[in-house]
Design a protein around this ligand. Structure first.
Ligand SMILES: Cc1ncc(COP(=O)(O)O)c(C=O)c1O
Length: 377
């Protein structure tokens, strides 16, 4: 059959989400989920939603949620745009601000979905390479500002876990477009902010912050995120969203989650303590661990045999994320390594207990000729 797809879709491979084993018995440290359950208030809200009026459409603007989110970020509710996961916010952004042939920029390595969203839209992509300290070259960033319509910057970055300063982020603001601060992991930062950046005049009202409830609020299974921006941007983005993009159950669950800050902060603190322990203990097995302000760590092993370490751990039913980024540096080198999500203390103990044997097994084997597993997220 001749292809019936748009050429842009025909050309692209599509985004591959992280593995989601459907059976139990795994230690799952590969997709940055929260190892702790959501607040009991969320469970209660979901129960109430199920017993309520599921026969009618949800509130298309998720008014109740916007009110609570606005209070949290010290903005008015018309600054908030809820979405079916913050990934949907990112989709709304490329659809709203970048036409076919225009340019989307993002630091590399970071979240590979940006590139796929740009391709769907028929846009070109420019990667801003990060150096060994995960910083970009300021001159190179400045050169890109006249070219990009949308620039995505995760803060903290994934997979590297580092944050950028407001002054650095200002370097990325397109001359005629928007800067998107992807704060999927923002609550794990040393200094989580309450929307201060949005009020800074140097961003010219063209900064969009996206937030996820998947990570800090333990709601990856519910799918809820939101964008925060000047109402002029939010109003325009409404035009491209599905009419009822958030369902009744998720709106109630997300609202309850935000209302229970104490629960979120308690779990966040536990995760940060476990992360620091994981970071301190991995080096004894030959790993270098990058300082992280997120709920995961990026680590590389002296052997360089990350793919095999990932496979050995998987054979023990421990899933971490093997990632490989081609031409990530200006010199065209490949970066690969492991991104490990911070689990419970027990899960991390098990990982560490298996690590010595895993690394020994990899060292004892001959160098693998296994094929690369392709693009990663
Ligand atoms: C940097 C980054 N942004 C956004 C997302 C998407 O989050 P959500 O589950 O809210 O769609 C992820 C998910 O892993 C992510 O790593």
């Amino acid at each position: 059959m001749t292809s019936v797809f748009r050429p842009a879709i025909e050309r692209m491979a599509g985004y591959t989400p992280g593995e989601q084993p459907q059976e139990g018995g795994w230690i799952k440290l590969n997709t940055n989920e929260n190892p702790y359950p959501p607040s009991p208030r969320v469970v209660d809200a979901v129960r109430r939603a199920a017993e309520g009026r599921l026969n009618v459409y949800p509130d298309p603007r998720a008014t109740a949620f916007r009110k609570v989110a606005a209070e949290l970020l010290h903005v008015d509710p018309d600054w908030i745009l809820p979405a079916n996961g913050s990934d949907e916010n990112l989709t709304m952004i490329t659809r709203s601000f970048c036409d076919s042939g225009q340019i989307v920029g993002y630091p590399y390595p970071s979240y590979v979905l940006y590139e796929e969203l740009a391709k769907i839209q028929g846009c070109a992509v420019v990667r801003l390479p990060l150096n060994a300290a995960f910083q970009w070259d300021a001159q190179r960033a400045a050169d890109l500002r006249s070219q990009t319509r949308v620039f995505f910057a995760p803060n903290p970055n994934s997979p590297t876990g580092n944050c950028w300063t407001p002054a650095q982020l200002r370097e990325l603001l397109p001359d005629e477009g928007v800067l998107v601060l992807d704060e999927a992991y923002g609550d794990f930062r040393r200094e989580p902010h309450r929307g201060e950046l949005l009020r800074r005049t140097e961003f010219d009202g063209r900064l969009i912050v996206t937030r996820s409830l998947s990570k800090s609020y333990s709601l990856a299974g519910i799918r809820f995120g939101f964008a925060v921006a000047d109402p002029i941007l939010i109003e325009g983005m409404q035009k491209v969203k599905d009419s009822y993009n958030c369902d009744t159950v998720s709106i109630l669950a997300a609202t309850a989650a935000l209302e229970d800050q104490e629960w979120m902060l308690r779990n966040r603190d536990r995760i940060l303590a476990t992360r620091d322990r994981l970071s301190a203990e991995l080096p004894q097995f030959g790993f270098y661990v990058s300082p992280s302000e997120a709920n995961f760590v990026w680590t590389v092993h002296t052997s360089g045999r990350h793919r095999e370490i990932y496979e050995q751990l998987k054979a023990r039913r421990i899933l971490v994320r093997y990632m490989r980024f081609e031409h990530a540096r200006a010199d065209g080198r490949v970066i690969d390594g492991l991104r490990i999500t911070v689990g419970t203390d027990n899960e991390i103990d098990l990982l560490l207990r298996n690590m010595s044997e895993t690394v020994d097994a990899v060292s004892a084997s001959t160098v693998s000729t296994a094929q690369d597993c392709g693009a990663d997220q």
